[in-house]
Design a binder for this molecule. Sequence first.
Ligand code: AMP
Ligand code: GLY
Length: 418
Amino acid sequence: MKVLVIGSGAREHALCRCLSLDPDVTALHCAPGNAGIAEVAQLHRIDALDGEAVAALATDLGVELVVVGPEAPLVAGVADAVREVGIPVFGPSQEAAQLEGSKAFAKDVMAAAGVPTARSYVCTTVQEVEEALDAFGAPYVVKDDGLAAGKGVVVTTDLEAAKAHAADCERVVIEEFLDGPEVSLFAVTDGETVLPLQPAQDFKRALDGDEGPNTGGMGAYSPLPWADPKLVEEVLRTVLQPTVDEMRRRGTPFSGLLYAGLAITSRGVRVIEFNARFGDPETQVVLARLKTPLAGVLLAAAKGTLADLEALRWSDDAAVTVVVASHNYPGTPRTGDPITGLDEVAAQDAPFAYVLHAGTRSEGGAVVSAGGRVLSVTATGADLAEARRRAYRAVGRIGLDGSQHRTDIAAKAAEAAV
Ligand code: AMP
Ligand code: GLY
């Protein structure tokens, strides 16, 4: 099978790595990709947001499957453009991607489907904002309605800060604060059949101890030794299947990857958000544990034949990923700095630890930083403690001036398991 992956992050590197290990994949292409993806796929320089360009490339290459990684092309309708030229595509239509593209739309679907989520108000005026903040009280949760790469959400006990964030957005969703650990659960779906993957936990805050601003994600691990073994089954029944059914009922079936961001509260599971694509960095750890070859699963979702697929097989290993970010991330990051130590990791830590590239590019034979999240160092082990040791040993070999990473990814979960 010839496959084209759209995107350029560590998630796409993880997808490409996994696809490159699939014996059914005979050729792997990626657009636009990055310096790391270039090692496993042939790169093509096109604008990932340009549906016609992606469809034309897919046609030229004769690929049998296009996998759209990030949310921005999905919301821009890239999957629709590819479907129109008759090539199977893993990723929802523009309309269905509104599940991620608009928090207000997602709330509406959840209400119709009876999916448990935080109570919320959609606000467009100062008065509505003040009334909503007053109704829920502190801590305040204020979300930009549109796409904001994980950075449009402010959770604060400071009323003035909550109002200030709302004032910066055209339309906001203000909601009840959800207490309890967060879980990311992904499901592959063809619009009807829903196949949940293994749960993971993401670390959204920039600094150790969950301090600092929200980011796109600073690390992740899987499995979750502390979670109820019935969690996946419960979320499938109460969240994933009803949402997929409701989208189909509306005439906008959702196919691709449905990402449920969940809070495990004292009153039960609640949806924090939906995303319409694989999460980053959770994908790095979920795919590290997947034993079923990936291409066939994604193709079945694209073609509507998931019901015929055998159950997914998973490794009992644990996986941990640690994001190495540029100086100043999640603010405007510093870029163009050389990255060292990549060869050392490949020589000394493989196959148990490896580097997935995000914001990198090649510059005269060297690899330099080119974005906020630069690398995602991923490792597997018999348990989380071993995976953590391996991941951090590899992180220690990476040199990048001014870079930052969290030192506590999976630390609590690893201790509790011991
Ligand atoms: P979102 O972009 O909706 O996933 O929000 C980003 C992060 O903000 C989440 O991962 C949570 O850590 C936090 N968050 C969002 N909504 C809530 C909520 N209702 N209660 C508590 N924390 C929240
Ligand atoms: N890990 C958070 C996200 O992908 O949105």
